[in-house]
Design a protein around this ligand. Structure first.
Ligand code: MLT
Length: 277
């Protein structure tokens, strides 16, 4: 399959999402988690852009990217395929037609699986950071939809408050309260409509486990040893099912490895890219 033209990825009336586009060389695309934006990748943007062209996206409804009109008109409804198409649209708008190295963190990983299903010929490699292939349990999905209703009524602070300490290793919470607080503020600043749309999309996301065996490109699987949201045993299952994977655990990190241990994450990414770019 050849790369999709712009009109196949977004309707003509919808703008491509906001991106940071920095550096030169093979293209590395960074897809953030929930409820965050490109700024969760600041350390990786700085380190990787010395050797690569780094495109960090604000997914629709987050950061500087508005939720698309079709989602707003449809009760803030998005699905993983919509987000994956928005990445393709961002690449089209940046005139990127060569295969890219896609890096997805957590919800960005769920979206990366959708991208791999829809646009397999646009991928050179895939890095999965603190994510999982399994869908939500029925109770988990129900909880997300309740939270989405609450966020629409009360604002994004609801998730920022509930999530902030779950995202980090114990040592980060104890020794780096400023990082926890800054991340909480970043989460609270996201639009309630965007946050609610992503909660619904995550609740409805398909099981990507059956797809893993057919992802026949180099893959890197990274996980924080103390990740309580997408724990190492989930990531090990993903790595074992991928035909060409490297699995790396990051010490003294919870879920938000990119901010907690940026040096380790950058080193893992740079050596993987050096081998495969
Ligand atoms: C994320 O970091 O993107 C979320 O914690 C993922 C999730 O809630 O499943």
């Amino acid at each position: 399959m050849s790369p999709q033209p712009p009109q196949d990825t977004l309707t003509a009336t919808e703008p491509a999402p906001f991106t940071i586009d920095q550096g030169h060389g093979p293209v590395v695309v960074l897809v953030h988690g929930f409820p965050l934006e490109h700024r969760m990748w600041q350390h990786q943007i700085d380190a990787l852009s010395a050797s690569y062209r780094v495109i960090a996206i604000d997914l629709p409804g987050f950061g500087a990217s508005p939720l698309p009109a079709h989602a707003v008109d449809n009760d803030n409804t998005m699905d993983m395929d919509d987000y994956a198409r928005s990445i393709a649209a961002a690449l089209d708008s940046r005139k990127v037609s060569k295969r890219v190295h896609l890096v997805g963190f957590s919800m960005g990983g769920y979206i990366s699986f959708a991208f791999a299903r829809l646009f397999p010929d646009r991928l050179a490699s895939l890095t999965l950071v603190d994510t999982k292939a399994a869908p939500d349990t029925a109770d988990g999905a129900k909880g997300r939809l309740e939270t989405a209703r609450k966020v629409l009524a009360e604002g994004s602070d609801v998730v920022a408050e509930a999530m902030s300490c779950k995202l980090f290793a114990r040592i980060t919470c104890l020794e780096r309260p400023h990082l926890v607080e800054e991340t909480k503020q970043l989460m609270a600043s996201q639009s309630p409509q965007g946050v609610a749309a992503a909660l619904g999309a995550m609740a409805r996301r398909p099981d990507s486990t059956p797809d893993l065996a057919s992802i026949r490109i180099p893959t890197l699987v990274l996980v924080g040893l103390e990740d309580a949201i997408t724990p190492p045993f989930e990531m090990k299952k993903v790595a074992d099912a991928l035909p060409q994977s490297q699995y790396i655990k990051i010490a003294d990190a919870g879920h938000l490895t990119t901010l907690e241990q940026p040096g380790e994450v950058n080193q893992a990414l740079l050596s993987f890219l050096e081998e495969h770019a």
